[in-house]
Each structure stands twice: as structure tokens, then as C-alpha cells.
Design a binder for this molecule. Structure first.
Ligand SMILES: C[S@@+](CC[C@H](N)C(=O)[O-])C[C@H]1O[C@@H](n2cnc3c(N)ncnc32)[C@H](O)[C@@H]1O
Length: 237
């Protein structure tokens, strides 16, 4: 999951299909500052290649990232060697310091497989904010908003490379199986193809809210959010 083949093309495919990491970072910063005007430090958990962090860095005095995939981190470090990226698992990481805000974006939280894992992850996010700290989590679809059988695809150009991604999402109980096929065409190397299979849990809104409350926070659900999947915003005292 999120190995070198995917890591290498991640930013190209998502920015190429229209994601604006800069605008998303600004919106999240605005959300945080509404509740915590003096917020100056931010930790992004499951930060991928650190693309949001590259923008958060201009909006906060101090930023760091945590990410499970060594390959995603390697790409992030290559692009921004000065960005502090830590390898860690959101269910168990401990950086030994606290931040004014912690984020977990683009539905990365959906990689938790059970409510026990969800609670553990929200607990670790909460443990990394100080008093009055803000935790922002962008969830995956809920069971009643997930579109079973959803298909999509994009072809993007990145320098001399052309990348195609076609995906199909299917519901299997309380989990969605997202199957993606990638094709990369390069002038010298030619064509290559690989696939990725992700299981992303369809937690309910109540399960997310319970996890925030169990971790000791208040929580609000905002229906909008960058990908239309909403946003949970928690405040921890
Ligand atoms: C959908 S990607 C989002 C990446 C990035 N936040 C973005 O917006 O581009 C999900 C990320 O979660 C990471 N991830 C999955 N399970 C994780 C875990 N248990 N702890 C930390 N990161 C995890 C993956 O390696 C991947 O980089």
C-alpha cells in the first residue's frame, strides 16, 4: 500500500486531476484559526508526500508530518529536504511534543479497519495537541453516502510523462474496496502498468464523533470539505 510506484506519481496524478493542495491548506488553516486564532504549530498525520505541509509551512510558524509509508516519505524528503517528516503509525505514534493543531486529511483515517483502531488513531491525534488544541479529520464516505460501483479515471501529463489512473469502488459490508489501475508512459522507458487495491472502512458519522468524545474532545461535523466528504473538527481542553 502506497509503495514506491504509487508514491512516485502521487502528486502528479492528484494535482493533475485538479486537487489544489494550496487552497486546501489555506481553507484548513482558516478553519483552525476561527477556533484558535493564535495557532502557530501544526502536525499533519498520514501526510503522504507532504504536499499539504509544503503549503502549511507558509501559514504556520512550525510544521511537521507523520506518515506510515517509507516510500511516500522518501518522495517527500527528496522534494523538500528541510520538511520534518517522521515515519510512524497513526494508531501508536508518539513524537513527545504537542502542537496547536493536528490534521489528518484526504480520508487517510479510513485506513483504520475497526472502531478500536479508529479510537486509537483519534486518541493519538488528540494526545499531540496541547490545551485548546484543534484536531481536524477529513473522513472517508459514510455507509449512507458511499456510491457503490463508483468508477472514475484521469489521464494527466507531468513533464514528459503521461499517467493514467482508472478506478472502481465496491462495497463489501462496512468496507469499500477501491481498485485502481495505473498506466505510465515515458519517452525512454516506454509503458508500464501496475495496480493498487485499497480497503477503506465506511465508518458512520457517529463512530467518528464517538472517537473524538472518547479521546476527551468536543466535535463538530462540517458537511463540506475539500473532496465533499465533510470534515470533523475537534477541540481538546
Ligand atoms: C489517501 S493518502 C493521503 C495522503 C496525503 N494526506 C494527501 O492528502 O495527499 C493516505 C495516506 O495515509 C497513509 N497511511 C495509511 N495508514 C496509515 C497509518 N496507520 N498511519 C499513518 N499513515 C497511514 C498512507 O501511507 C497514505 O500516504
Amino acid at each position: 500500500m502506497y509503495d514506491s510506484e504509487v508514491a512516485e506519481i502521487w502528486d502528479a496524478i492528484y494535482t493533475g486531476r485538479g486537487r489544489d493542495y494550496g487552497a486546501e491548506a489555506r481553507d484548513v488553516a482558516e478553519l483552525i484559526r476561527k477556533l484558535r486564532p493564535d495557532a502557530d504549530s501544526l502536525l499533519d498525520v498520514a501526510c503522504g508526500t507532504g504536499e499539504h505541509l509544503r503549503h502549511f509551512r507558509g501559514l504556520f510558524g512550525h510544521v511537521e508530518g507523520v506518515e506510515l509509508s517509507g516510500d511516500m516519505i522518501a518522495v517527500g524528503r527528496q522534494r523538500s529536504p528541510s520538511l520534518p517528516l517522521h515515519q510512524g503509525d497513526m494508531r501508536s505514534f508518539d513524537l513527545g511534543r504537542r502542537f496547536d493543531a493536528v490534521t489528518c486529511l484526504f480520508s487517510s483515517i479510513g485506513h483504520m479497519r475497526t472502531t478500536a483502531e479508529l479510537n486509537a488513531a483519534i486518541g493519538r491525534l488528540a494526545a499531540h495537541v496541547g490545551p485548546g488544541g484543534i484536531v481536524v479529520v477529513e473522513p472517508w464516505w459514510f455507509p449512507d453516502t458511499f456510491a457503490d460501483g463508483y468508477v472514475t479515471g484521469d489521464v494527466v501529463r507531468s513533464g514528459e510523462r503521461v499517467i493514467g489512473r482508472v478506478s472502481h469502488s465496491r462495497r463489501e459490508g462496512d468496507v469499500s474496496r477501491v481498485s485502481a489501475h495505473f498506466t505510465v508512459a515515458e519517452p525512454e522507458a516506454g509503458l508500464r502498468h501496475f495496480t493498487e487495491e485499497l480497503l477503506i472502512t465506511l465508518f458512520t458519522r457517529e463512530q467518528y464523533e464517538d472517537a473524538f468524545r472518547t479521546a476527551g474532545g468536543t466535535v463538530e461535523h462540517l458537511p463540506q470539505g475539500p473532496a465533499g466528504r465533510g470534515m470533523f473538527v475537534g477541540v481538546f481542553s
